[in-house]
Design a binder for this molecule. Structure first.
Ligand SMILES: [Fe+2]
Length: 272
């Protein structure tokens, strides 16, 4: 895989890039076959695969040879595509694979996940320690089936990773009062609070970034089928994104969706 300077710049400014035909047909079919063996869709423990040698060894000790071999294959793909190297370039420092999973979603009228940002404490009302805003992740999100507008694509609001970074920075520096902000609605509520707005604005290069984001967010919240940031992708394409930005898994209305995901963090943040 190659990542051009323009793509790197895009990842930095927009928070995501989409690359076509990264996996070949044979790889797509083999990966799909493995993932479709899982009985449940997203979130079940069987959707996770060993992401490092230690986890691989545990599978081996448990004589779970099938999952061991599946993981070896997924890690081989990671090596071939040099994902470790690219993740390190994105972070600007050594990166490590933190999590590897693959799952399928059946056809549905409901969004797979509504608009949200990660590293946002989900619904936690009490948080003992606020993490540094620099704790965030990059995800390589491989599609094994077709996705399109309102059909399973992972829509992403361009530049929203900068907004959430600004909010996380203000929270970390205790410039604004803690509130969870996993959903886009909660995020907007934090931003528009009179006492927060100026603090957050100061973390951005211009107020326009904030104004534009609020306009888009309004559309996302008021219109369930808002699809301005939806896209077409096919089996073997990859979406690479900063997980801190605001994104959603749109409703797979036309066909089942199968995905394989590699989640990276900075190496110094990984204990194992
Ligand atoms: Fe997410």
């Amino acid at each position: 895989m190659q990542i051009t300077d323009i793509e790197l710049k895009d990842l930095n400014t927009k928070g995501f890039i989409i690359k076509k035909n990264i996996l070949n047909e044979e790889e797509v079919n083999r990966i799909k076959k493995i993932i479709l063996k899982n009985k449940v869709g997203k979130g079940g423990s069987e959707t996770y695969y060993p992401a490092n040698n230690k986890q691989l060894a545990i599978k081996l000790l448990k004589l779970d040879i099938e999952r061991f071999l599946s993981a070896v294959f997924f890690l081989k793909i990671k090596k071939k595509l040099e994902l470790d190297k690219f993740a390190s370039i994105f972070f600007g420092e050594p990166a490590k694979l933190l999590m590897l999973d693959g799952y399928h979603n059946p056809i549905s009228e409901n969004d797979i996940l509504p608009w949200h940002s990660d590293q946002a404490y989900s619904g936690k009302l009490n948080v003992e320690k606020i993490n540094s805003p620099d704790l965030f992740y990059f995800k390589f999100f491989f599609y094994l089936t077709n996705v399109s507008p309102n059909n399973g694509c992972t829509s992403y609001i361009p530049g929203s990773h900068k907004i959430t970074y600004a909010v996380r920075s203000c929270l970390f520096e205790k410039k604004i009062k803690y509130q969870p902000f996993w959903s886009i609605k909660d995020l907007v509520n934090i931003i528009i609070k009179k006492e927060n707005y100026n603090e957050i604005k100061q973390k951005l290069s211009s107020e326009n970034e904030l104004i534009n984001f609020l306009k888009i967010a309004e559309n996302c919240i008021s219109n369930n089928s808002f699809s301005d940031y939806d896209f077409h992708a096919g089996p073997g394409d990859v979406l690479i994104f900063n997980e801190g930005g605001v994104h959603k898994g749109s409703n797979p209305t036309k066909n089942e969706r199968v995905v394989l995901r590699y989640l990276y963090s900075k190496a110094k943040q990984v204990n194992n």
